[in-house]
Design a protein around this ligand. Structure first.
Ligand code: 5RP
Length: 266
């Protein structure tokens, strides 16, 4: 691996081999999502506990100070919205030149395997990988399931992750599912887990993240279940303990409960 690529990968994946990416890119198709209405307010308290931010250029420039930043994974796909015809019909929104200007550690793009736009999104990924490899910038493929949440099983997610890796993604983001080891075993590059829409209890999140880590994930790219929580700092600290300190779900819950009592409700 070239020095630049290796250096950027090392900025993202910590010396223990694990990573906590904090995605705050949701506005690129959802608009001012709940608790991300004012991005700076959401991001600032969480920044010290994230290994990297997954973010668009607009929110990066407007809401993150360049002198107090973290490694950046730049969201470079989009062009659709939740009220439009088809979320899967994304294009590449941001050039590699812009990614370099912003000094990012990686770029991220969604792929929509099984959708009407499967081919387009996969070819976008390939093109982005070609560009990224030229400059030593890793590509994170976001395997998106869109509205088809029933496809959250190991067979589908395993297929999507493997295809993304085959096309050259250096990291793949997917969802946790039952038999998650089938997904990670079939994917020759590091896998991180997203959280999806907010679930009812913190423990549910701790349990699936813990299970995924036991089954081969290197960490998370997990947003709403952190920053839509009433106590987001408590939540990210508990999550960090699972990812970097091998905490069990019960230990993570204890950390959350203790931290919650010491922090302000958001
Ligand atoms: C949506 C994304 C997010 O980065 C990804 O889904 C992770 O966020 P969450 O944990 O909230 O699902 O790609 O734009």
């Amino acid at each position: 691996m070239e020095w630049g690529m290796a250096n950027r990968m090392a900025q993202l994946i910590q010396p223990d081999g694990h990573a906590l990416f904090l995605p705050v890119d949701h506005g690129y198709f959802q608009g001012p999502t709940r608790k991300l209405e004012e991005p700076r307010r959401t991001i600032e308290p969480l920044l010290p506990y994230a290994d990297a931010l997954f973010i668009t250029r607009g929110v990066l420039r407007s809401s993150v100070d360049p002198d107090r930043s973290k490694p950046i994974i730049l969201r470079v796909s989009g062009g659709t919205s939740v009220i439009g015809k088809d979320l899967a019909n994304e294009g590449i929104t941001t050039s590699m030149e812009e990614a370099i200007r912003l000094n990012v550690s990686a770029v991220g793009i969604s792929v929509f395997v099984g959708s009407d736009y499967e081919k387009e999104s996969l070819l976008n990924l390939s093109k982005l990988v070609d560009e990224g490899e030229k400059y030593g910038i890793p590509v994170m493929a976001v395997t998106a399931v869109g509205k088809e949440l029933e496809k959250r099983d190991a067979r589908y997610l395993g297929l999507a992750c493997r295809i993304a890796a085959e096309l050259g993604a250096r990291v793949v983001k997917t969802y946790w599912c039952e038999n998650f080891d089938r997904v990670t075993r079939g994917c020759p590059v590091p896998v991180v887990m997203a959280g999806g829409p907010k679930v009812d209890t913190e423990l549910q999140v701790f349990e699936f993240v813990y299970d995924g880590m036991q089954k081969g994930a290197i960490g998370v790219n997990l947003g709403r279940n952190i920053w839509q929580n009433d106590f987001p700092v408590a939540m990210i600290k508990a999550m960090r303990a699972i990812i970097h300190k091998k905490a069990t779900p019960k230990e993570a819950q204890e950390i959350y409960d203790t931290q919650k009592n010491q922090s302000q409700k958001r």
